[in-house]
Structure formats: C-alpha cells, structure tokens
Design a protein around this ligand. Sequence first.
Ligand code: KIV
Ligand code: ZN
Length: 519
Amino acid sequence: MPDRVTIFDTTLRDGEQSPGATMNTEQKIEVARQLSRLGVDIIEAGFPAASPGDLDAVRRIATEVKGLTVLGLARTSFYDIDAAWEAVQHAEDASIHTFISTSPIHIERKLRKTPDEVIEMARAAVRRCKSYVSKVEFSAEDATRSDWDYLCRIFAAAIEEGATTINIPDTVGYTMPAEYQELLRYVRANTPGIEDIVISVHCHNDLGMATANTLAAIQAGARQVEVTINGIGERAGNTSLEEVVMGLKTRHDLYDDIETGIDATQLVPTSRLVSRMTGISVQPNKAIVGANAFAHEAGIHQDGMLKDRETYEIMTPESVGWEESKLVLGKHSGRAGFNAKLVELGYEVERETLQDLYNRFIALTDRKKTVSDADIIAIVEDNLQRVSGDVIVKLIDWRAASASDGDCEAAVILEINGREREATGRGNGQVDALYTAVDALVDVQPKLEHLHVEAVTSSADAQGSVLTRVRVGDEVYTGQAVSTDIIAASLDSYIQAINRALVARASRTQDQATKREAV
Ligand code: KIV
Ligand code: ZN
C-alpha cells in the first residue's frame, strides 16, 4: 500500500494573511468549494476569533462545503478555542488547530512567560479543544528557531492531552532542507507518544525554500503538509500546494510513490480562481500554474519539443489542468450541451441559474470567437457571486469617452432603492470618470483601495476579470465582474462593492432598530 500525505490547505487562513488578499464570505465559500473539487483533505477555513466576520465565514464554510475536514485556528486562549468550535461545529468533519510560540525570542519578548508556563498553556488548550473535537492539531510556532529538547517536551505534553497531529512550523522561513530533516528526525526519535501521531509541516518562503523544505520533510517522515494555492501567504508566502503535489507525482521515484488525494487537473482552474478572488496575480514564470510554465520560446527547445515533447517537458500541461476542452462549445450549442460542460467543469446549477448562465454564454459567443473552459468558469463564478444577497443599487446604463488630452467624461444611470438617478463625472481615465459619477449618486464615501484587472484567457478578444476593493468607514467591501469590455467590468465590480457596503449598512440599521424595540 503506498503511503499518503494529507493535504492541509490554508489558503483561506494563512493565504488570506497576504497583504491585500482579503476575501468576502461568498468568495471564501467559492474557493472552499473549489478546494473540495481539487481533493484537499483539510481546509483551515480561518481564524474565527479574529472578528465576527471571520467567524461567520468559517461557520458558513463548515455548513455548506462537504467532503473534507473543516478546521479553525485558535491561540491557546479559551476565548479563541470556543470561537473556533462555534464556527466549525456543523462541519461534516470538524477539527481545531491551536498554537503557541516555542522559540526563546517569542517566549521571552512576545509572550513574556516562562517555558514551563507555555507548556501548561499548551496542555490546557489541547484539553479544551479535546472537549469539543476528537481531531486536534497542536503547533509550536517558530519551531525552527526553538530548542529541540524543549520542542520534544511541549509536543509530548500536547500528545498526552490528546493532540492527534503535531505541527513543526518554519514560521519565519528560516530553515534549510537538511536542517529541517534533522529536526524532524530528532522530534520523531525523542518525543514520547509520537508513534501514532501525524507529523505536519508548515513552511514560509522568506528565503524561497518553502517547497524544498516541505518535500525534504516528507522524506523525514512528515505525513501532512500545510500549503496554499499559488503559494500566497504572510510576507513571501507559504509552501505552494501545486508545487508539492507535482513534485511528489513527478519524482515518485524519490518519494516512495507517496500519494495525495489531489486531482491535479484541477490545479490550474483553482489557481485562476484564487488569483481572481484575491486580486493577486500569478507571476508568469510560476511553476505549474504560471502562464509561461509550459511555454517554449528558444528555437532549440521548440525543435526538441516538435520531435518529442519529453525532451523538455517533465509533465504535460494537460495533467495539471491546462487542458483544452473535451466538449467544445460554440454559438450553436444547446442548453443540454452547455449543462454537460458545466458538469464536466464540476458545477451543478439550478434550472433558473442554468438559463441565466446559458443566456450569458450565448451573448459571449457573439463577442468572442472561441469560448474556452476558463471563460465559462469565469461567468459561472461571476454569477454565483451575484445571486446571493440583496440589491440596493443597480446599474441601468452608462457611457464614457476619452480624448487625446487625457480628459475623460462619463455618465451613469443607477437604480437606487427602486429610483432611477443619473450623474456625470470627469476623470483621468474612463474608469476614473465613471467612478466619480457613481460616487456622486451614492450616500456613502467609498475609497477605492484596490483595482485588479486580469485577462481570463490570452487571446485579444479575451474577457477581462476585474476585482475592486473599496473602503467605507472601517470596513472593506469587494466586487468582482467579468466582461469582454474591461471598462464595463470595472464599473460593474465597483457597483457590486458599493452595493455590499449599502446592504451591510441597511442590515446594521435594522439590527439597531430591532434592539431598540426589544428594549
Ligand atoms: O507560520 C506559522 O507558524 C503559523 C502557525 C499558526 C501554524 O501560521
Ligand atoms: Zn504560517
């Protein structure tokens, strides 16, 4: 029987800690669904104690996403652990991950505790987690800068209290493959009770070593890897899921045929989805999922490829999801064929949604010569984003014009609370002018924090996917839209973000009114 490595995905927790990667709850659910299609074993859905919004997002993922373990992160405080339990309790398979720092610098300067006090805090935390769930992970934050004997003591204590997984994080991306292997072997040899415990590794990429360290750790006995899609995460990021999975697959000769449950053909669609949802582009030369990962430019390489692909290709683009469609759709495809394509791509939609999507697809075939799988995924996601939630502000019409002097004018007609209103705006580009016109109509002051435009495919007639992030007061709201016209998509996504802000304000006002009535 081949060994198996558990894939623990932390895109929605550590990944979301990437500067600027904040996702709203609907986006997180969409990513979680795709992670389930991809075949990850565990998702760390968030840090429920961080805010009521985080708790709600984890709770919704736990309730709505099936086929995997949903886990919440908690410091050792009971407040955090109780929040994590509240969030994950309805999952098909729920788990809690608790952590505390173990390096001298963290213990002395951050926690201001003694090493023995930290061990007692770890014990109490694991015990509390165990009162809620059977699967408990304990992490020693900054393990790679900790004293090895101390690590063995704290892991033994956590195991005694019932931890089922112990994690050895390289929190600051400091270790190197040989050293990390030695540490793992030391912990395995010197921690009482570790024999039946899953050893997990969690690496950061500060020195660009996250994937190398993770793969080295597997050779030293780690059987769970904590990874993110596209390697997003705190600072330089976390270990990239796609690199570890394809490393194991491609070099199975070195890794004793160790398997994962990942369907590698879902890697590229998942990478695209995460990039669109977070607004963090994938660098073109990124291994596996970058646009150039399978592009051969040099003449010698192209010549070799034409003679035999294996001259320069160690894995095929199709094996990681760059595959072009099996079912080719076009202008004349019917609703049944379109639905079959959705099923092939992993979507099951209601009758009504199918009709909406089909209408958008047919409209797209008028504007675009070839409609690829990526185009269809983009319109499905766009639709899934929109269907949920109330609509306070809606776009009715718009126009925008540029001139050679750089001055742009725009006009928009919006329906706000059922009433049509019109405004004009000027700006240094069409998008700027349109946003100025929208701002004149809404009674909030949105501050645009982020605007990310990405082509869904590489052709000149590609759809553009636009993600906007606006700040209204202390809260940040996102909008996302696709269209063959990036000005239209930019406007649409901005209005979606503002709509979310207005809906949130209306619901707060409603809550306050209910509370007043109750008093
Ligand atoms: O990097 C780290 O140490 C973490 C822990 C919470 C596991 O993210
Ligand atoms: Zn981390």
